[in-house]
Ligand binder design. Sequence first.
Ligand code: PTJ
Length: 251
Amino acid sequence: MSEAEIPDDHPRHDSLVTRHRIEDGVDDGITSRQGLIAQGRGEAFDYLLGERTLPSADAAARAAAAHLLLAEHPVVSVNGNAAALVPSELAVLADTVGADLEVNLFNRTEERVTAIANHLREHGATEVKGLRADARIPNLDHKRGRVDADGIADADVVLVPLEDGDRASALAALGKVEIVIDLNPLSRSAQVADVPVVDNILRAVPAITAHAREIADADHETLRRIVEAFDPENAIADAERAVRSGDLESD
Ligand code: PTJ
């Protein structure tokens, strides 16, 4: 069954669509094979969350939007899973908040960086960084630490979806504001983030864009208040409670 053939009312519709996109991503040289495993893990957490956005995750999406709007130089980092799942949505988000898009891979190969950059352009991105990779994130091995000098290396706010814990920690250690999208509230990436958005990237990216549009004209003070009102530890604790209770109806 192709993505187009999955009936809208199929009880596992979103999950099946997601699997197809990741499979296609692998076939097209965008997503790594490890991305399939990461997707399976994410799906299990999403199931336990009831495949819905918790109010605490929505508050995180709003704080993320405020951070991105306040930033001098925001960058949205894109890996093989994010590119396969939400390419147009990432392009729209970057455009809405004035962020750069940068391909930044855990399993970096030049072929995959180029395939992802092309894929993002085909889905509306104007400029894509990450091909030069002329700077390094300290304390990571050569391949994983490669970033653009005028991209992530220079950013004050970075959105890193589905990141592995090591790199999330290394980025956080640089003093950048780090926004992480990760369905696993126990993952190190979510735990080190200034703003952990514990939600499916399929829901989280459009939610951040929607909040950004809503508060785009807010003054600096209002945006700062949104940022300061957000408590990452509460958001993580709330998501963990929802996952552990397994009560799909409660918030
Ligand atoms: O494309 P690359 O080479 O940069 O590699 C990307 C992956 C994701 C393979 C790499 O970063 C990796 O191995 O990540 P991990 O350590 O498996 O972590 C991925 C995290 O993303 C896990 O905590 C999953 O629960 C979470 N996750 C998976 N799918 C989704 C998700 N979070 C949000 N939305 C999803 N759809």
